[in-house]
Design a protein around this ligand. Structure first.
Ligand code: ATP
Ligand code: MG
Length: 489
């Protein structure tokens, strides 16, 4: 028998919504949150309109996704309709059932959502914070239909047979009354840069196009993928105990290897220093554009100029949201304990390489090119020989390959494995000293994987034949432990 009495104490609509406005969204993160919904709804085209008209300014986000019928639209407008613990479809970018409302109210006082589906036609519902504030009983009054005189704002959606239009009016947050048109244009510029970063993989893969005031948003590639002068990169690797998470390390080309335009692009919205570290993607959607995720032991790694070239792609799925503590704004994550150690291991290797590259940058005036301009070797002031990635032969070969990563790996391996001691033994009968064995590296493992795959799929070897062959091939025979890690395919 239940001994307790219960009271039903729903929150007052106006008070709750006014408080939720301060959740910490910026206009950039708020628009990204609305676009998440469009992508989850299989939209291919997302078109954003920023309309400047002083206090009448508005923002409209239109998509051509599957849309919502009347029942679903009402659910979408409700706070807390879906629990954060519900299992989501694999490609769903949502989690909390809040984003549409919290993101919108962080920017505007009136949110109108209209939707069209082929089966149920046009639907429109509207929240108005001023109307809710005037309700003394704190009720949740949702208005049916758009503002009569503002039908023109609905026209772009009405021309489609499916899709959704999210309309923000009374933009009191990012566009207070004293804002100038110039400020308005600056905001558009900043939103455009943010979206080209957050959704760059969707844009690159041709999944979606985004436009702002009819101008296409282009993707921003933080990793300079395919750049010939890339210092170091690994291919995508599944993390052990990572619940499907994958990692891919990149050390960007040294600045002197970049054109001004390339350097400006790669610098990104937040600059070299801020953009170093892990880039965490959830279903291809970028959550964190560079952070050391509070890793690195008690001291915790900080953003530091010397590691500006390190960018590490980390892919997680939407089933790990709780494990990774994804926040409502989708801009923060905390890696689970089970993989922190391997993240540190990968990142340490990348940081070490960036540090070496950076040292060479500092000494860049002292880099001595070999006398003959066509030499394939460049010699640095610390007597380190590196293969010139701009050499005609390297460039020509790279241009023939659809994926240049294996070539980069091979070149790095050759650089590391030159038999220096043997080369220096001038007389044939002089005693040959063995070259020191360099420690196994992720790059070495990546190259092993490429060779292994080639042996299996091209040469038709069995797993054990391939392993035996690798164990007999220099320099890999020194790394039997790495070879034994190769998984059978
Ligand atoms: N553009 C859209 N097209 C189709 N359905 C939409 C659209 N926007 C929102 N919805 C529906 O409304 C629901 C609520 O959206 P909302 O952004 O508030 O929460 P969510 O996406 O489920 O989770 P999160 O809080 O993590 O964003 C979505 O789950 C989706 O079903
Ligand atoms: Mg959402």
């Amino acid at each position: 028998m239940n001994l307790y009495k219960y009271r039903n104490v729903p929150p007052r609509a106006s008070a709750l919504l006014e408080s939720l406005r301060g959740m910490g969204y910026s206009i950039e993160t708020a628009i990204a949150d609305v676009i998440d919904n469009s992508i989850s709804a299989q939209a291919e085209n997302i078109s954003i309109t920023f309309h400047w008209a002083y206090s009448q300014s508005y923002i409209a986000i239109l998509d051509d996704g599957i849309g919502m019928n009347e029942v679903n639209l009402e659910k979408a407008m409700k706070l807390g309709e879906i629990s954060a613990t519900c299992k989501r479809k694999e490609d769903d970018l949502g989690r909390f059932g809040l984003g549409l409302k919290t993101a919108s109210f962080s920017q505007c006082r009136s949110l109108t959502v209209s939707s069209i589906t082929e089966e149920s036609g046009f639907q429109c519902l509207r929240w108005d914070l001023d109307l809710l504030a005037s309700q003394t009983d704190g009720s949740w009054l949702l208005i049916e239909g758009y503002v009569e005189q503002e039908k023109f704002k609905q026209l772009p959606l009405l021309e489609q047979n499916r899709g959704t239009l999210v309309l923000w009016d009374r933009l009191d947050r990012s566009f207070p009354s004293n804002i100038t048109e110039r400020d308005f244009l600056d905001v558009i510029d900043s939103v455009q840069k943010h979206l080209s970063m957050i959704f760059h993989r969707f844009i690159e893969d041709g999944d979606i196009t985004i436009s702002i005031n009819n101008r296409k948003v282009f993707s921003w590639d933080p990793f300079a993928k395919g750049h010939l002068a890339k210092t170091w990169a690994t291919s995508s690797t599944k993390l052990v105990n990572g619940n499907g998470a994958r990692i891919e390390c990149h050390v960007l080309p040294k600045l002197e290897m970049l054109t001004n335009k390339e350097a400006e692009d790669l610098e990104g919205v937040n600059g070299w220093k801020e953009h170093q570290g892990f880039y965490v993607y959830r279903n291809k959607r970028l959550l964190v554009p560079g952070s050391w995720l509070r890793l690195g032991g008690i001291q915790k790694w900080k953003q530091d100029d010397i590691y500006s070239l390190v960018r590490i792609q980390l892919d997680i799925g939407n089933s790990c949201d709780e494990e990774w503590k994804v926040d409502i704004i989708k801009s923060k994550v905390t890696p689970p304990h089970s993989i922190r150690e391997s993240l540190v291991r990968y990142a340490s290797e990348a940081r070490k390489r960036a540090q070496q590259t950076n040292k060479k940058n500092i000494n860049r005036n002292h880099i001595i090119s070999e006398q003959t301009p066509s030499s394939i070797w460049n010699c640095t002031s610390d007597n380190h020989y590196i293969i010139d990635r701009q050499h005609d032969a390297v460039v020509a070969l790279s241009e023939q390959l659809s994926n240049i990563e294996p070539l980069s790996l091979l070149l790095s391996l050759i650089e590391k494995q030159r038999p220096i001691q043997r080369m220096w033994a001038s007389e044939p009968d002089e005693e040959l000293k063995e070259d020191p064995i360099s420690p196994p590296s992720p790059e070495m493992y990546e190259l092993l994987k490429v060779m292994y795959k080639n042996m299996i799929s091209r040469k038709g070897m069995t797993h054990s034949e391939a392993i035996r062959k690798l164990n007999e091939t220099s320099p890999f025979q020194q790394y039997t432990e790495l070879i034994s890690k190769l998984e059978e395919i």
